[in-house]
Design a protein around this ligand. Structure first.
Ligand SMILES: [Zn+2]
Length: 234
């Protein structure tokens, strides 16, 4: 009499191995597409680049303001010393205007100086983020190389186990395989359990003496009295 429980147990070994390999492949695929370290390095690098650009733009605008102020000062100076204005009140007004323009000029110059110092710091930070990003990219490539090797090995394992599964399946009648499949779904992938010293290795329940004898005697499909899995004695 063919030992059906034993054939099912062998079949299950290959099917579980394939399940595990597929789960791991899904994890690898997720890791290959979502590298958190790299994402955070990229975003820090991008933000520091934006900060540098914004600071440069502000300085450029202030420099243009400064140029306009200098032109205006030159223009008023020209009026003041060109001899065209003789009225003392008006001369005083022009003088006051120059003083006010020069005050604004010093404010703008001070602001530019301050921002130029900030820009140096921002550039240094940006270089730091650039280095971090380079390291993250090379680490990602290294990890990917290892993960891709692992995935290829898993693919090979799956092919081998599917081949062995096919051979094992030939030992199992179709109706029994269907029952096994239904049970496997209900029992988290494990439909068949080894019985060791009358104990089910899946749930740990001790089988009654006569029940265990049926399992030992290989009398068809005998189910665990605790979890309902098919028991096999090897
Ligand atoms: Zn059990």
């Amino acid at each position: 009499m063919p030992n059906i429980p034993n054939a099912l147990y062998t079949l299950q070994t290959y099917e579980l191995a394939v399940d595990h390999a597929r789960t791991r492949i899904a994890e690898i695929e997720a890791a290959l597409t979502g590298d958190e370290d790299l994402k955070s390095a990229q975003s820090a690098h991008e933000n520091s680049e934006t900060a540098v650009q914004e600071c440069q733009t502000t300085i450029k605008n202030l420099e243009e303001d400064l140029k306009r102020l200098q032109l205006k000062i030159a223009e008023v100076n020209e009026l003041l010393y060109g001899g065209s204005i003789r009225n003392p009140k008006e001369l005083q007004e022009r003088q006051d205007e120059i003083t006010s323009l020069q005050n604004r000029q010093s404010d703008v110059e001070a602001h530019i100086q301050e921002l130029t110092a900030d820009l140096e710091k921002l550039r240094a930070e940006h270089r730091g983020h650039q280095e971090t990003l380079t390291v993250a990219i090379s680490q990602r490539d290294k990890n990917h190389a290892e993960l891709i090797i692992e995935r290829n090995q898993l693919d090979t394992q799956i092919k081998t186990n599917l081949r062995k599964r096919k051979a094992a399946l030939e030992e199992v009648p179709e109706t029994i395989y269907k029952q096994y499949q239904v049970l496997r779904k209900k029992k988290h992938g494990q439909a068949v359990a080894l019985m060791q010293n009358s104990q089910c290795s899946a749930c740990g329940i001790e089988q009654t003496w006569s029940h265990a004898q049926h399992v030992h005697a290989n009398e068809g499909l005998i189910y665990c009295e605790g979890c309902g899995r098919i028991l096999v004695s090897r």
